[in-house]
Design a protein around this ligand. Structure first.
Ligand SMILES: Cc1cc2nc3c(=O)[nH]c(=O)nc-3n(C[C@H](O)[C@H](O)[C@H](O)COP(=O)(O)O)c2cc1C
Length: 250
């Protein structure tokens, strides 16, 4: 396989959830933020804002609101990547460009933009020896999160990242395994797998001792059918409702 320093770092990176107390330097933080902002961005619009959470009280609250994950409060750097349709919409309004209201498609494009910027931060941090972990639960409890962060209507927090210098990994632990390439890359057209093909592809994710079917059922309950997953969908429905109200455009 072709190997470069960048590919090696992308392949070696693991999520880090235990951090040393040492803060990041301002230079490190600026380097991470600049790497983020140099990511590809739709129409060069940078449809995102980045909230740098330095207030310990806000970190503590986020640790609770994001499915009670205490390591959030202990992270030396916490960045929230928010899909931001507000900036351009306000600019259009200010200059009487007569814009339509932001719609679902604009939101998806902004979420894509924000996540790509976030991933640049992960990669830049890793190259500096700084670990990170995404927190998807920032999309839960939308009312409380929006109030905490003073978000205007067209700003949607879609990714949170916590960063810090890694504590050593537990001996023997390893990066969670990925699907084989043959099970995830399709040539030209999508091919839905047969039952046996699917079982064979999925088995790589079962690193425990449980028989495959028991493991799948337990995983479904713990992740897909979990309280946090339901809360995230409720939050999103709540946030998205005004987007489909087109009554002002009839
Ligand atoms: C969108 C997204 C949301 C995630 N949310 C969480 C989270 O809330 N808590 C957590 O500990 N890890 C979270 N993770 C980290 C994943 O669990 C981790 O990336 C995955 O298990 C693969 O492990 P690796 O990053 O070490 O390769 C999230 C990752 C992504 C991409």
């Amino acid at each position: 396989m072709q190997m470069t320093e960048t590919i090696r770092e992308l392949t070696d990176r693991r999520s880090v959830r235990a951090f040393l107390d040492t803060p990041l330097t301002e230079e490190e933080k600026t380097a991470i933020l600049l790497a983020s902002c140099n990511a590809p961005t739709a129409g060069n619009q940078q449809l995102y804002s980045i909230l740098d959470i330095t207030d310990q009280g806000i970190k503590d609250r986020l640790a609770v609101l994001c499915d009670n994950q205490p390591f959030i409060a202990d992270a030396p750097l916490v960045l929230i990547f928010a899909a931001d349709q507000q900036r351009w919409y306000d600019a259009y309004l200010l200059e009487n460009a007569d814009p339509r209201r932001p719609e679902e498609g604009d939101l998806l494009l902004a979420v894509t933009d924000a996540c790509i910027a976030a991933q640049n931060a992960v990669t830049a941090a890793h190259s500096l020896g700084i670990g990170s972990c995404y927190i998807g639960d920032i999309m839960e409890n939308c009312e409380a999160v929006r109030e905490l962060l003073c978000l205007p209507p067209y700003v949607f927090p879609c990714a949170m990242l916590v960063f810090g210098r890694p504590k050593p990994f537990v001996p023997g632990s390893r990066k969670p395994p990925r699907f084989d390439l043959k099970d995830i890359v399709f040539e030209n057209r999508y091919m839905q797998k047969t039952g046996d093909e699917l079982r064979s592809a999925m088995a790589v994710k079962n690193s425990g001792m449980k028989p495959y079917a028991d493991w799948v059922r337990a995983f479904c309950k713990r992740k897909y059918d979990s309280a946090f997953s339901r809360e995230m969908s409720r939050s999103l429905r709540e946030y998205l409702a005004p987007f489909s109200d087109r009554s002002d455009q009839l």
